[in-house]
Design a protein around this ligand. Structure first.
Ligand code: CA
Ligand code: CA
Ligand code: CA
Length: 186
């Protein structure tokens, strides 16, 4: 096991926030709904946990503290994967993105990337744009994407560049696991 984080304690994730609201924060999620549809989760994804990263946790209405006018990025601590020969990634993520796809310049959604050079360059793991809320477990083989290096990092970005109306974009992240085969030297 290289890394396992249920978000119940501070493991050193950093936030690079370039939006006007919806800054990633580790919190007990405060649920919001649009009618009966969940917009922001009201529970984390851990079997026995309480906390997750959410894009802003203020307010009680669905348009309160969602991502607006930019990108909020959640960057993992540096992970030394140099003793591994194979890696896989699992995480639970949430995305509520309101409305239909629009022009590329109005991009919005969730982007997951991985780096094997500490964040100098990033490789795409997943782009999610059409989800309607709900925790989704994602499982990816990292071997085609990165080499198991000393400076592995994960980055999860929630984006709302919509200009023509106040589109709701809410994301959450929990239960991140990176594991694989480890070289054991006697
Ligand atoms: Ca949790
Ligand atoms: Ca929010
Ligand atoms: Ca928005």
């Amino acid at each position: 096991m290289l890394f396992s984080d249920d978000m119940e304690t501070d493991r050193g994730w950093q936030v690079e926030h370039e939006a006007t609201s919806g800054r990633w924060q580790r919190a007990e999620p405060r649920g919001t709904w649009l009618g009966a549809i969940p917009v922001q989760p009201d529970e984390d994804a851990s079997p026995t946990g309480r906390l997750a990263f959410v894009t802003g946790n203020a307010g009680t209405m669905p348009r309160d503290d969602d991502v607006d006018a930019g990108t909020t990025r959640l960057v993992s601590p540096l992970l030394d994967a140099s003793s591994f020969v194979s890696l896989e990634l699992r995480y639970a993520r949430w995305l509520y993105r309101e409305g239909p796809a629009t022009a590329p310049e109005d991009a919005s959604g969730l982007i997951v990337e991985v780096s094997d050079d500490g964040g100098e360059s990033w490789v795409l793991v997943e782009v999610a744009a059409e989800d309607v809320g709900g925790w989704i477990e994602v499982h990816r083989d990292l071997d085609p994407l990165v080499v198991p290096a000393e400076r592995l990092r994960l980055r999860v970005s929630a984006v709302d560049l919509t200009r023509d109306y106040d589109r709701i974009v809410e994301a959450a992240l929990d239960e991140v696991v990176i594991e694989g085969f480890e070289l054991v030297c006697d």
